[in-house]
Design a binder for this molecule. Structure first.
Ligand code: NCD
Length: 303
């Protein structure tokens, strides 16, 4: 990969398993309630061109709880509305004194472009349909809170795989740790074959078949805003792919249920499953703070 600002976190694909393990280890040392002020005097800028609740608030809380100050720049209400380019916005934020930039953008590769041109570390908080590395890290962290290891686990990723940067980052991470990953979803949202995608990956069309023997199920939101003219019948989708209690019961008894949020109750998941004891949806959000503390500490070399 072309040279990028040191400390950047752009994707999972190009991270070594040892770097991922080190980040997860660092996250375990982070205590959001009694944090060390590792980032005192640092300025973390959050540049968000897309909607976000969890990712944005947890990066902000992570940075502030370590003593950094944060500034949030949204595309609406900023000079982006006046036509300023992404790079010019990046140069501006570097010039006002940002020490690190956390970026969410609808275009794949936007954080990489910034990291190639700026001197400060850039953290990808989700870029288009490409990657969402901090989400994959917090999901791995959450799984490891319940299972001793990742290796050999059967992880089912269910739903709108095609539009999901969460799925892409998760697949890269889980395959680096020798998980068996099963993708399940309708043909419109999932390729014909898993050949060449990642080692240990299989595609199963029936949700019932996919669930059997699962240790972890990662349910994805049906990304209605990205479906753009695709003919997905919502009734048919829920009939075949909605995460329901009968489907959950086909998985292992101690199977863990994940969803990156925001959840659409009654669409990709029933309320009953979202709130059941096996659901770690709220725990994922909680873990997101310490994982993002670790990402920022690594970015600013204050770990
Ligand atoms: C995801 C995202 O924005 O990529 N949300 C998140 O960050 N937790 C998933 C989604 O929008 O479905």
């Amino acid at each position: 990969m072309t040279k990028v600002a040191p400390g950047s976190l752009l994707d999972i694909e190009h991270l070594e398993a040892t770097e991922i393990a080190a980040l997860l280890k660092l996250a375990r040392r982070m205590n959001p309630l009694q944090p060390k002020l590792r980032l005192r005097g640092k300025r973390v800028l959050l540049l968000f061109y897309e909607a976000s609740t969890r990712t944005r608030s947890s990066f902000e809380i992570a940075a502030q709880s370590m003593g950094a100050m944060t500034t949030l720049v949204l595309s609406s209400g900023s000079s982006v509305e006046k036509g300023e380019s992404l790079l010019d916005t990046g140069y501006t934020l570097e010039a006002v004194g940002a020490d690190a930039l956390v970026v969410r953008h609808p275009a794949a590769g936007a954080p990489l472009l910034l990291a190639r041109h700026l001197k400060i570390p850039v953290i990808n908080a989700g870029d288009g349909m490409h990657e969402h590395p901090s989400q994959a890290l917090l999901d791995a962290y959450t799984i490891l809170g319940h299972k001793k290891t990742l290796s050999g686990r059967k992880v089912v990723i269910l739903g709108d795989i095609y539009h999901s940067r969460v799925a892409r980052s998760a697949i890269h991470l889980l395959s680096k740790f020798a998980c068996r990953v099963t993708l399940c979803g309708p043909p419109e949202l999932l390729p014909e074959s898993a050949a060449g995608l990642a080692p240990g990956l299989e595609i199963v069309r029936s949700a019932e078949d996919a669930m059997r023997g699962a240790d972890v199920i990662l349910v994805l939101r049906l990304q209605k805003e990205r479906l753009l003219g695709m003919k997905i019948g919502l009734e048919d989708y829920t009939a075949r792919y909605q995460m329901t209690m009968p489907r959950l019961r086909l998985a292992k008894r101690d199977a863990l249920l994940l969803h990156p949020g925001p959840i659409n109750r009654g669409l990709e998941i029933t309320a009953e499953v979202a709130d059941c004891p096996q659901s770690a949806i709220v725990e994922e959000v909680r873990n997101g703070v310490r994982v993002r503390m670790a990402i920022l500490a690594r970015a600013l070399r204050t770990a």
